[in-house]
Design a protein around this ligand. Structure first.
Ligand SMILES: [Zn+2]
Ligand SMILES: [Zn+2]
Length: 439
């Protein structure tokens, strides 16, 4: 039997539309569990929006997230999770024991805000102030960590409601101080995962380029190692009119700045993604005085443990040789900072299959290039395979505003999308992991 299309409209459009509707309704939510999760998320959404606005309105800087961490711990306790607090001062973990056997999995959210004065026009804009380095500043959730924390609570709530169907254990991590002080590393060092060791970690970061409903991903490296160095070049100092009387640390420093750029261009492949930026160069106090010292500070970005070791070696060699050639004394302090986030390709691929089903189409998934920024979620990836996804939050009626800007604005519609998706990602992962372990 065939349907006739009304005159003037091609039958194929109706057939295609019908197929699309049938495909979507048949594909998701299909199972009773998927339907329950969707319904629970929908019911929870108004409460989550309230929580998000409350956290947004009361932002706290890194290692000072006492109010936020109190909200998280209280919420976890009400859900009946086992709650552990005090890691890295304000870090909280909530442990949900599922009703079916299976491994341990974790979801992480960061809680800290930034020393930025909010300039958005929403009624729940932050008016909070703090003193940073002796100067008063506003405090703002300009990186979306209020959204991350809210989604963590949402996923904990939804999975608690279906815990009889959850395989294994789910650990919910509310982490302090992502922006400033390596809260992830501190939590791990303080033993947060000593007796409950996740076999996989999942996280979101809000994405300021994608609309709500879209999910950005990078399989493999996603963010860079955030390394750097400080260099002090020393001289005796002398009169600027007789520069041959001493080593000029400014000239030596300038030569090093230029030579570093040549090194990046000529000693590293264009595919190696290497950045060296000398962002600070101080020396001297008068035009006719060659100063006794000059100080340089640089950030060094790249991917992977091998590459960061090579960079340290080459930079040390270059600085040593230029200073020795000029007869300058120097002190070089090289530091390895936050490592690059590595999204485990197999874990990423499995979670993307869930995302395609839950978000309704492959076109909702956006492959992204790795960034040269840093993100301390990488420390969890040193414990077990991990993946961080970028969740679109650009409001439909506004231009995109960058994270870390005073006008950054996130679309709250992303919250239930993120909660529903992560609950499904965790359940799919746990189901598959427990099946694999039985084989
Ligand atoms: Zn940030
Ligand atoms: Zn962030």
């Amino acid at each position: 039997m065939t349907h006739r299309a009304p005159a003037g409209r091609p039958a194929c459009i109706y057939a295609a539309l019908l197929a699309l509707i049938m495909l979507q309704s048949a594909a998701y939510p299909a199972t009773p569990l998927e339907k329950r999760i969707k319904a629970l998320t929908d019911k929870l959404t108004p409460e989550l929006i309230d929580i998000r606005r409350d956290i947004h309105c009361n932002p706290e800087l890194g290692l000072q997230e006492t109010r936020t961490s109190g909200i998280v711990a209280g919420y976890f306790r009400k859900l009946g999770l086992e709650v552990r607090t005090g890691y890295a001062k304000t870090g909280v973990i909530g442990i949900l024991k599922g009703g079916k056997p299976g491994p341990v999995v974790a979801m992480r959210a960061d809680m800290d805000a930034l020393p930025i004065t909010e300039e958005s026009d929403v009624p729940f804009a932050s008016k909070v102030k703090a003193v940073v380095d002796g100067r008063e500043t506003g405090v703002m959730h300009a990186c979306g960590h209020d959204i991350h924390t809210t989604m963590l609570l949402g996923v904990a709530s939804v999975l608690s409601a279906v815990k009889a169907d959850v395989p294994g254990t789910v650990v919910f991590i509310a982490q302090p101080a992502e922006e400033c002080c390596g809260g992830a590393d501190m939590m791990i060092a303080e033993g947060a995962f000593k007796d409950v060791v996740p076999a996989a970690f999942f996280a979101y970061h809000v994405d300021d380029t994608l609309k709500a409903g879209r999910l950005g991903y990078a399989s493999g490296f996603m963010s860079a190692n955030v390394d750097g160095f400080s260099l002090e070049i020393r001289s005796t100092g002398c009169h600027g009119a007789s520069p041959w009387s001493c080593v000029d640390p400014i000239v030596v420093g300038a030569e090093i700045v230029t030579a570093l750029q040549v090194m990046v261009a000529r000693e590293f492949s264009v595919h190696d993604n290497t950045v060296i930026t000398v962002g600070s160069f101080h020396g001297g106090s008068a035009p006719n005085v060659i100063p006794p010292s000059a100080r340089l500070e640089a950030t060094v970005r790249n991917y992977g443990d091998g590459q960061r070791r090579v960079l340290k070696e080459k930079i040390t060699r270059l600085v040593t040789n230029i200073c020795e050639a000029a007869g300058a004394e120097f002190n070089l302090g090289y530091e390895f900072g936050t490592p690059s986030v590595y999204n485990d390709p197999a874990l990423t691929a499995r979670a993307l299959a869930t995302a395609e089903r839950v978000l309704g189409s492959k076109s909702a998934l956006v492959e992204q290039k790795p960034e040269m920024g840093g993100e301390d979620f990488s420390y969890f990836g040193k414990i077990a395979p991990a993946v961080m996804f970028n969740l679109g939050v650009v409001p439909p009626d506004r231009e995109a505003t960058a994270v870390h800007s005073p006008t950054f604005m996130a679309d709250e519609a992303a919250i239930p999308i993120g909660v529903n998706l992560m609950a499904n990602i965790i359940l799919d992962h746990q189901a598959q992991a427990s099946r694999t372990s039985k084989k």
